[in-house]
Design a protein around this ligand. Sequence first.
Ligand SMILES: C[S@@+](CC[C@H](N)C(=O)[O-])C[C@H]1O[C@@H](n2cnc3c(N)ncnc32)[C@H](O)[C@@H]1O
Length: 345
Amino acid sequence: MIETSLADRLRRLIASAGPIPVSLYMAEANAAYYGTRDPLGRDFITAPEVSQMFGELVGLWIADLWSRAGAPPVRYVELGPGRGTLAADAARAMRAAALAPPVHFVETSPTLRAAQAERVPGATWHDRFADIPGDEPLLVVANEFFDALPIRQFVRGRAAWHERLVTIEGERFLPAAGPSVPDAAIPESLRGADEGSVLEVAPMAAAVIGDIADAIAARGGAALVFDYGHVRTGLGDTLQAVAANRYADPWVAPGDQDLTAHVDFQALGDAARRERVSLFGPTTQGAWLSEMGIDVRTEALSRAAPGRSPEIASARDRLVSPRQMGALFKAMAFVAEGWPQPAGF
Ligand SMILES: C[S@@+](CC[C@H](N)C(=O)[O-])C[C@H]1O[C@@H](n2cnc3c(N)ncnc32)[C@H](O)[C@@H]1O
């Protein structure tokens, strides 16, 4: 059988049915990209892969919250766990506090599921968050998961806002303005923006965080989300592609590079707001890690392995420094009614 590349399939689809929404292009591209490879380290690096301290401090955050909540039976859930490094590091820190919950991974990529099974052999895998079984409280973690979920883009035209679509010109993909969208799709304060302005919305991210908030409101527990993005809803085209540790053109080679967009933490927080759930943050990743004691952990690791001290200090800086990941990346949490206030915020 001859294998057709995703780019060819999308070209054929657009040629026969017309331009497609950016969200469909992004969803198809990332499903193909993550489904067929482990990009971590090769195309980009994430916080848990920079240092074990990231996952350990997440584990400590969970163990502290759980013990102050009265140490109930719980389940650990991670969305988009990559290689399983965060979960393995967090599990080590949780075990030190006598917490060893069942581990559930929400992951669609068969390649990454295999990598996760090597690091966390006892985990259970699910395609969707809604499939997590049981009724115990959930402790939910997601790092750089929401930025990979498909976004819609709206572009301001002369008289109205339009959905941005993806079309083709010969072999090339390119964005083009589609039909106008109703005013209600655009926040009131942004409706009169200048021609050419771009607004991004992430309906799938809103749906997933809503499912998590519903589950936590009903079962108890907490969620901790890290991602890169902005604190307030704003204008701007943030769709980006990364391959081989470099930025690339998002309209080239769908399925062969990682497509992400900045997370709008105001919209994500709004989608998680529930009567029986309290929200914390967003704060910066640097501030959260500092509050959680990354400097104490840096010193302890350096004392235990003096030869690795410069490498440990440089990893700490990469995670915390505002010039590196410390300010662009944010942390946000929510906890169920009756659960204690989480550390780090
Ligand atoms: C950028 S990686 C982050 C990996 C990991 N959290 C880390 O910090 O190293 C994105 C992860 O989300 C997963 N993913 C992407 N889209 C998904 C979807 N729609 N459903 C479930 N998992 C998805 C990918 O397979 C991958 O594990």
